[in-house]
Design a protein around this ligand. Sequence first.
Ligand SMILES: Cc1cc2nc3c(=O)[nH]c(=O)nc-3n(C[C@H](O)[C@H](O)[C@H](O)COP(=O)(O)O)c2cc1C
Length: 197
Amino acid sequence: MRIGTLSGSLASDSINSALLGAIGHLVGERAELVPVPIDALPLYGRDADAGHPASALAFRELVRGLDGLMIATPEYNRAIPAALKNALEWGSRPAGENVFAGLPVGIVGASPGAIGTALAQQQLRSGLAFLDAPTLGQPEVTLQWRAEMLDAEGRISNAGTRAFLGGWADRFLAHVAMHAAARAAASGKAAAAEVAA
Ligand SMILES: Cc1cc2nc3c(=O)[nH]c(=O)nc-3n(C[C@H](O)[C@H](O)[C@H](O)COP(=O)(O)O)c2cc1C
């Protein structure tokens, strides 16, 4: 399974990028993890639909080649960061060429604040629903971040948190596998119908 890891933060010391790294340790060899950078994307404007820049074409190609996508979103002003929203725009256009359609997504997020990105995640979930990307509903990962959560190797140091995030990773991989099987069955049926026609 090829799983993209997309951090909604552009910060070099991002806690959300660190969270993705820690979950990556828990996924281990069960999937190929592919970083999906969004920092080279220019600000989306509708005029670009006449011809996307190379950075957007590369982003869209990368997402198209995935079986699933993990997104760690920060919460900025009770919403998703502009950089992440911008990436959704690039992936969704031109109209009818939305690369997120059918792509299973897992959302996580971390903040020093008590609600741990819950509002940003809700907003992201709503945008992805419109883009026809099936998101894992439960468990929600809304982490109130503390620096001591990670050890020197970027692994989760607390056993309870590690078990919780490990359980999330198990559920997310099952979510991706379920959708991959459904897509394979649908394309098998389409191929059979083509042969029969
Ligand atoms: C512009 C801005 C707005 C923020 N707004 C919120 C917010 O609405 N809720 C929240 O919990 N934290 C908020 N924070 C604090 C972030 O949660 C914190 O900076 C966190 O480290 C961002 O994630 P990152 O390190 O992955 O970039 C905000 C930070 C910035 C820079």
